[in-house]
Design a protein around this ligand. Structure first.
Ligand code: NAD
Length: 378
């Protein structure tokens, strides 16, 4: 029996439906990997084009390139970069599995919609990231790393001067001063990237443990003169600050941010609205030509008051860029990473006999399965 004959779970990936999304949830190398886990793959024609993968690349990896309708009719599990729309949910067969960032912390209605449709929802945002078995499934880490890297490139592109110090015959240009707010996965990647480009980097995070990480990358830790010594919450994440703490922090950040040329914000608290670190007044305090990239900007709001996806320019000439799919801007590698994250998550649920199965007594399953919490179909 050939390897293909033994594959008994069929995994389908569609072309992402929003125009600004260039990533794809499956890459050819990962399809080969999935075959070894008894999973065969279907992909919609042209799904990988904007990420740099042609239909032929997929065919050579043993993936069947088919229509959206055929995927819906054949696959038992579906992987997504962006969660499926309500229209697509209505088309997917009951009992099938949906893997992606499902927004379950902030959108209970969506989880209910999956449940009502009889779909098994695997919410990548709920991964218990501290488990060693979960490391290769950690989409949040992989995509936030890409985002942190890209945020600096976007800022450098918009900034009207050099990031490194530059000595020219016409004079010496001082290096750009970059402030990174939030020094988690994205923030540390932003610090490293800005350092490599020659900027002078300062960073801040509410978790006391982050000081050492910031300094080990050669950046300076920003002292806000406000005590958040209890800023660390459960599982190594930040806790949500109280209203008074947030206000004190915002005042301090507003004041200190004025001296920087570029501000990158990446502060988040899992499952909550991102904290506003920089108020409108703080933004207006930056000099003309300064650039702010708000990586936390989303439908829930961001770290910068008034930031919105895309770029806005204030009356004072400060450019404020809201996270408009920063990870999608590094589409090839971002897709390879997230494709691996999704594939390893899917493979976790494929039984020895090649069927989709959950076992809610396992910590990973219990955390990830948000709807259809029962035995999966074969
Ligand atoms: P995240 O995206 O939820 O938050 C980004 C950063 O924002 C965090 O560092 C957080 O402390 C910071 N932040 C939150 N509120 C803030 C505020 N008011 N002011 C300033 N900063 C604020 O988190 P993340 O980047 O995914 O990871 C956060 C932590 O979790 C890190 O320590 C990371 O090492 C850890 N982590 C561990 C694992 C693992 O165990 N495998 C995996 C991923 C992340």
């Amino acid at each position: 029996m050939g390897q293909e004959d033994r594959s008994s779970v069929t995994y389908g990936v569609f072309k992402e439906s929003t125009q600004q999304e260039s990533r794809v949830a499956l890459t050819p190398d990962i399809a080969v990997r999935l075959k070894r886990s008894h999973v065969s793959c279907l992909i919609e024609s042209d799904a990988g084009i904007s990420a740099g993968f042609s239909d032929d690349d997929f065919r050579q990896a043993g993936v069947q390139v088919v229509s959206k309708e055929e995927i819906i009719a054949t696959a038992q599990a579906f992987g997504f970069v962006e969660r499926p729309s309500a229209d697509l949910i209505a088309m997917l067969p009951a009992g099938s599995w949906v893997l992606g960032m499902l927004g379950s912390f902030t959108d209970e209605g969506y989880t209910a919609a999956l449940q009502d449709a009889g779909l098994v929802g695997i919410a990548m945002e709920r991964l218990p990231r501290q488990l060693s078995a979960a490391q290769s499934m950690d989409e949040m880490t992989s995509q936030n790393s890409v985002m942190g890297y890209k945020s600096v490139l976007v800022a450098a592109q918009e900034y009207g001067s050099f990031l490194p110090m530059m000595t020219t015959a016409a004079g010496t240009i001082r290096p750009a001063k970059v402030l990174v707010l939030g020094a988690g996965i994205a923030g540390l990647q932003a610090i490293g990237t800005a350092k490599r480009l020659g900027a002078v980097v300062t960073a801040y995070d509410v978790r006391p443990a982050s000081r050492e990480e910031v300094e080990s990358l050669g950046a300076k830790f920003l002292d806000l003169d406000v005590d958040f010594s209890a800023g660390q919450g459960q599982g190594g994440y930040a806790r949500q600050l109280t209203e008074e703490e947030q206000q004190a922090q915002q005042r301090a950040v507003d004041e200190k941010a004025a001296q920087f040329d570029i501000v990158i914000t990446t502060a988040k608290v899992p499952g909550r609205k991102p904290p506003v670190l920089l108020s409108k007044a703080g933004v207006e305090g930056l000099h003309r030509g300064a650039v702010i990239v708000d990586c936390a900007a989303s439908d829930l709001g961001g770290n910068v008051e008034g930031s919105a996806p895309g770029m806005t320019v204030t009356a004072g000439g400060v450019k404020v860029i809201g996270n408009a799919d920063l990870a999608s801007g590094v589409a090839t590698t971002a897709s390879m990473l997230l494709s691996r994250n999704l594939a390893d998550t899917l493979a976790h649920f494929v039984s020895e006999g090649g069927a989709l199965q959950m076992d809610l007594s396992r910590e990973l399953d219990d955390a990830l399965v948000i709807s259809g919490r029962k035995e999966g179909r074969d």
